[in-house]
Write a protein that binds this ligand. Structure first.
Ligand SMILES: [Fe+2]
Length: 512
């Protein structure tokens, strides 16, 4: 527990008439229902520790609740190697974020939480290899876009059977509103705006047993996209014209609920409407993840169809503002941070974890061009700046991963997509959605020949992407998991469905 939290916890106990000298056991609550119904999670593995998370949810009084945690080297929790006690505070929705330190590098651990007479499920997590360690491989999955109403989270059942070191979630963990056709289940509530609304929405999503299982088995890392707050929002500009101060209050509520429900380090704790989630994470000598946020600091979308914000599809000859070189996707501060992180990285591979398709995608068939303004296509100067940087500074093996568009894409990334001679400076793997509905495969097939740097496109799959990096022979492999997220009726329709993996593009040449 941080000192300030501890002081507040003791003050709160004193206010309740509880003596500070009482043993913690004396204050233990008795729950009338299981308080661990949202499961457990871990994230951000480092060589000496990681973040452990849970949230107590059991119709609780708004008082601090003592929670103990334990980390063991065995699944039966007999060999405890770290433990501690803290409090789940009501102002943080009784969430618990613990960051054990001093653990051994590059090994699996198991953990659990204990509150009163309740014990959480045992989670599995791991630490990262030491910086510079020559680990032979890294296997991870990345996923995005899990609209609860549009499908079952069957993909996570497949993921639970995978051999992974970690999971990267790249945005749209919740959806703030309802949309789509042929829904299989319901949010049971309209669009969310308040802190209470967002908390309830996260609790609903996290009640899904397949999602819980994937959190229980692997450490996760995260970036977000728009639907964690509001469709198509850009920095302080909402989609629907809400006054700025109201929107920032909404963003503060959304960010706070996000922190409360994810295994995020305490350094990411939000401050009002601001929350820094961009960071870097190293996996031995093999790889560095640069996790970036292209939502919080971006310039507003150009030529919005309904003022003041929101996305549209534009002809760049008509909407000339799209070419404005001053428009940033990451914001100046994050851009500087990212350039430094990339230059200082000594890893064999550099994985940019971000939220949307980076490659140019001309969406107009035949003559003329049309670009979607909410993705990197709406920020071509910022994209070019980043891609030129990757090339000119000879950053080792950059691979961009993303989501958002509910389609699988594999692309060559070039500073100038319209110039055949422009060099390929990075590879992109954009993953489809866990459930969210996408465009037709017919449309994707028609777009592929018009966008020759796009090497593969699938829109008829729901699922996630598995990626594997091997040290020798040095290569990156990715495979698509295909999961049926829709059934005829109810959860029984989620019966196991074979995962259809497709091996795919040849590994890119290595530049060390
Ligand atoms: Fe999405």
């Amino acid at each position: 527990m941080r000192m300030s939290d501890r002081r507040r916890f003791l003050q709160a106990l004193a206010a309740l008439g509880v003596s500070q000298s009482l043993p913690v056991r004396a204050q233990q609550p008795r729950f009338v229902e299981n308080p661990f119904k949202l499961g457990v999670a871990s994230g951000y593995p480092r060589p000496d520790g990681m973040v452990l998370w849970t949230r107590l949810l059991a119709n609780l009084d708004p008082v601090p609740i003592p929670v103990r945690w334990e980390v063991a080297t065995d699944e039966s929790m007999r060999r405890i190697v770290a433990s501690g006690a803290g409090a789940a505070l009501p102002e943080w929705a009784h969430s618990v974020h613990v960051e054990p330190r001093g653990l051994d590098a590059d090994r699996w651990y198991w953990y659990r939480f204990i509150a009163g007479d309740a014990v959480s499920p045992v989670g599995r997590t791991r630490s990262a290899p030491e910086a510079g360690a020559l680990s032979p491989r890294l296997r991870f999955a990345f996923a995005s876009c899990q609209q609860y109403e549009q499908g079952w989270f069957t993909a996570y059942r497949h993921m639970a059977g995978d051999d992974l070191d970690l999971v990267a979630f790249v945005g749209d963990y919740i959806y703030e509103g309802s949309w789509g056709r042929d829904l299989v289940r319901s949010h049971g509530a309209p669009e969310v705006y308040s802190l209470g609304d967002y908390r309830a929405r996260y609790a609903l999503y996290k009640s899904d047993p397949d999602l819980q299982k994937a959190h229980q088995l692997f450490p996760w890392i995260f970036t977000w996209d728009d639907h964690e707050v509001d469709n198509d929002y850009a920095n302080d500009v909402p989609e629907d014209g809400m006054p700025r101060e109201h929107f920032l209050a909404r963003r503060a509520a959304a960010y706070r609920a996000y922190y409360e429900h994810m295994p995020l380090p305490s350094g990411m704790r939000p401050n009002g409407p601001d929350m820094r989630i961009y960071t870097a994470l190293q996996w031995g000598q093999l790889a560095s993840f640069q996790i970036i946020d292209d939502r919080q600091y971006r310039a507003p979308q150009v030529c919005p169809s309904k003022k003041p914000g929101g996305s549209t599809v534009v002809d760049p000859e008509v909407c000339t503002a799209i070419g404005d070189r001053s428009r940033s996707m990451l914001g100046a501060e994050q851009e500087t941070w990212l350039e430094r992180a990339l230059v200082e990285s000594k890893s064999d591979w550099n994985i940019l974890v971000q939220q949307t398709l980076m490659a140019q995608l001309d969406r107009k068939l035949g003559e003329g061009r049309q670009f979607w303004t909410d993705g990197w296509d709406g920020y071509p100067a910022a994209r070019r700046r980043l891609l030129e940087f990757l090339g000119s500074r000879r950053i080792a093996n950059p691979v961009v991963i993303g989501g958002d568009v509910h389609m699988h894409w594999v692309a060559d990334l070039k500073p100038d997509f319209d110039d055949e001679k422009s060099p390929v400076v990075a590879s992109e793997f954009c993953g489809t959605s866990i459930t969210s509905q996408g465009a037709s495969q017919k449309m994707v097939n028609a777009l592929l020949p018009e966008n020759p740097h796009m090497k593969y496109g699938r829109s008829d799959h729901r699922g996630y992407v598995r990626a594997s990096i091997a040290r020798a022979p040095r290569c990156w492999r990715a495979s698509w998991s295909k999961a049926a997220s829709r059934g005829r009726s109810g959860p029984d329709a989620r019966a196991p469905i074979p995962s259809l993996a497709k091996a795919d593009p040849a590994p890119r040449p290595i530049r060390a």
